[in-house]
Ligand binder design. Structure first.
Ligand code: PGA
Length: 258
């Protein structure tokens, strides 16, 4: 896993945007896995600004979002489909985008079809991920099988509480979601995890330097051949090898840089 430490969230977002640009230069019809939550918002706005300046083109790209709340129609303001329209798709035209349908009547069938659609698109080239304060990726809460596929998950009380700020009361936060599994995520060719702030420091250290365990689903990324973790200084605070990560980054050969 490559760990990149940047001074602040703004610089993390710029570094991530550079990786998106490089991916599109190499393959204009790339397939991106996308995330929601507060972490990717600035990155999406940067991509929007770059697209409007003619510096980035997603018009041939396909996207698959990680997850969606069960029971919220795509038009609901707190659905992840609405989130994606607001922060990215309204500003950057993409060829095809996919968010799981939270209103599907047959959830197992929806999950199987989502996996099939990813396969038919040729698999995910670059998967963007936020990191939960409990070490989750997508909505794979601690205890999730590291081989799991897209499926229904019940949120932990902590995640419901974390996300309550987006709803008018905690009671309104759906208890269930559909999420890509850890196994689905591990099949992406490149995984890119972003994390900001002191609140994430423990999860960052557990993910990158702790044991591989279902109790920290993000730790499964230690088994991934191409995983980039970009964090700000507060989120890096508990990493034991942070000076080495800085050294590696400073000494990166030019061809490896985004
Ligand atoms: P956040 O959530 O980006 O809102 O911190 C990350 C996550 O829970 O995956």
């Amino acid at each position: 896993m490559e760990v990149i430490i940047k001074q602040d969230a703004e610089k993390v977002s710029w570094e991530a945007a550079a990786l998106f640009c490089r991916q599109l230069r190499e393959k204009p019809d790339s397939v991106f896995g996308l995330a929601t939550g507060s972490t990717p918002v600035r990155l999406y706005h940067l991509l929007g600004e770059m697209a409007q300046a003619g510096e980035l083109d997603l018009s041939q790209a396909t996207t698959f979002n990680l997850d969606e709340y069960v029971g919220l129609p795509g038009a609901h303001p707190q659905s992840y489909a609405s989130f994606m329209r607001e922060h990215l798709f309204a500003h950057v035209p993409v060829a095809r985008w996919h968010v799981p349908d939270g209103m599907a009547g047959d959830i197992p069938q929806l999950c199987a079809a989502y996996e099939q659609a990813i396969r038919e698109a040729g698999g995910i080239d670059l998967q963007l991920l936020g990191l939960g304060s409990d070490g989750h990726i997508g909505f794979n809460e601690p205890g999730s099988s590291l081989g799991s596929r897209t499926r229904l998950k019940t949120l932990t009380a902590q995640t419901v509480a974390d996300n309550a700020c987006y709803f008018s009361s905690p009671a309104e936060v759906p208890r269930h979601v559909v999420t890509m599994g850890v196994g689905t995520i591990l099949e992406a060719r490149h995984c890119l995890v972003l994390a900001f702030g002191e609140r994430k420091a423990q999860a960052v250290a557990a993910m990158a330097e702790g044991a591989i365990t279902a109790m920290v689903p993000a730790s499964a990324l230690q088994m991934h051949p191409v995983c980039t973790l970009i964090v700000d200084e507060p989120a890096a605070a508990l990493l034991q090898r942070r000076e080495y990560y800085r050294w590696v980054y400073e000494n990166k050969p030019a061809w490896q840089r985004a």
